[in-house]
Design a protein around this ligand. Structure first.
Ligand SMILES: *Cc1c(COP(=O)(O)O)cnc(C)c1O
Length: 394
């Protein structure tokens, strides 16, 4: 048996979620965010599908991610959100840099002159995220400086919201107002409309005013909402009853707006099963002692595979369509599960760590809650480290 897990990515779900965005934003352009290997789903396959479904642009974080897409034959426009290091590669691979300081713009202009070409750039404004973006005072001077540089053309203006779930829009509204002001001023000075985008998934779901010319969703394309219900309480028992699943409901919280289908299933197979007596310790530190004669399954997945160590005694997996608890500490390469209650369970049986099996399902919301993190991190860590397979439907 190979180590680790397999992430089965449902491309029909990817397409469905894209069309869900399309329905919400109507004729706005859609920039599909595929950074971090498409949130762990595998950027090449997923990007191809987004383009087929009508994405106008792809967005990645770093140049090497964009180069991988180009190497796979993807010719669609690619926006590079953060990288600024290899000026030449923006030209070699026809990428759109997001420029967030004047010196970088100058280097791009110099290179463009050398090559006797014109490079299209998007310029980033920091409207309050406090991460990257022009924020000089007055900001418009910096923008004008860039706009006047030879052989680069500002074809986009971009900013990013700091409140990830936008449950309270007061700060986002301030950010949007700032952004709108800058784009109006710049439009006037350049005497043309500037293609502008600021909306992440949360904004697509809840903040219509922010749609502008294009939206830039990530997580919702993969079937998850950034908006989580905060009233979900902690429960120390591994098999706590969770709110019902279903297309963004319950742990999703935005179902009044949209149904989404989680696109990733992460699975493995039972490596071995042991019969152990009552009172037997399981795994490092003996944090779990059997309270009955038990059957303990061992799966070949551990924290090195992105299965968080916080799942120790604190998560369920699915076997034969039923929840079974993780027992003892998650190890580097192995995790133990209690399969005592599952009839006819055998070595090599399938184990679902994320996704649906029969009527049961483990969502990234649930795992995120148990590991004190967000679905984004569950998808990128667990999905990111798993071998991928692609299916058309699950
Ligand atoms: C990741 C990212 C997005 C997408 O955010 P989601 O919350 O996943 O929709 C959009 N824009 C930028 C700049 C990002 O870094």
């Amino acid at each position: 048996m190979d180590r680790g897990a397999i992430a089965e990515v449902n491309l029909s779900a990817i397409a469905y979620n894209f069309q869900a965005v399309r329905k919400i934003v109507k004729n706005r352009q859609i920039i599909a965010v595929v950074k971090a290997d498409a949130y762990g789903h595998g950027a090449v396959e997923v990007s191809k599908r987004f383009i087929k479904e009508g994405a106008s642009y792809l967005a990645v974080a770093f140049i090497d991610e964009a180069v991988k897409l180009r190497d796979a034959g993807i010719t669609a426009p690619i926006i590079v959100l953060f990288d600024r290091k290899e000026v030449r590669e923006f030209f070699d691979f026809k990428l759109i840099p997001v420029v967030y300081n004047v010196d970088d713009a100058l280097s791009l202009s110099t290179e463009a002159r050398k090559r006797n070409t014109v490079l299209h750039i998007h310029v980033k404004i920091d409207t309050g995220m406090g991460r990257i973006g022009l924020s000089g005072n007055p900001l418009i001077d910096e923008l004008e400086k860039i706009a006047k540089m030879e052989r680069i053309k500002i074809t986009g203006l971009i900013s990013h919201f700091s409140d990830a779930d936008l449950s309270d829009k007061s700060y986002a509204t301030v950010q949007l107002e700032k952004f709108n002001k800058v784009r109006e001023t710049l439009s006037r000075k350049l005497n043309r409309k500037i293609f502008s985008h600021i909306a992440n998934s949360a904004a697509v779901l809840t903040f219509k005013d922010a749609y502008l010319d294009a939206v830039r969703p990530g997580i919702m394309l993969y079937g998850y909402s950034p908006i989580q219900k905060s009233e979900v309480r902690a429960d120390s028992t591994p098999s706590l009853t969770l709110p019902p699943r279903g297309g963004g409901q319950g742990w999703g919280g935005v179902s009044e707006f949209v149904d989404l289908i989680p696109a990733m299933k992460v699975k493995t197979k039972i490596l071995c099963i042991r019969n152990v007596a009552l009172g037997s310790p399981v795994s490092y530190g003996r944090t779990f002692i059997t309270k009955r004669q038990s059957r303990i399954g061992v799966i070949p997945v551990g924290y090195a595979d992105g299965y968080n160590r916080l799942f120790s005694n604190n998560a369920d997996v699915l076997v034969k369509g039923r929840r079974v608890p993780v027992v003892g500490r998650v190890c580097m390469d192995l995790t133990m599960i209690d399969v005592t209650d599952i009839k006819n369970v055998r070595e090599d049986d399938e184990v679902i760590m994320l996704g649906q099996q029969g009527k049961e399902s483990i969502t990234a919301y649930e795992l995120a809650f148990r590991a004190h993190t967000i679905p984004y991190e569950i998808l990128t860590s667990l999905g990111g480290k798993s071998r991928k397979t692609y299916v058309k439907a699950s």
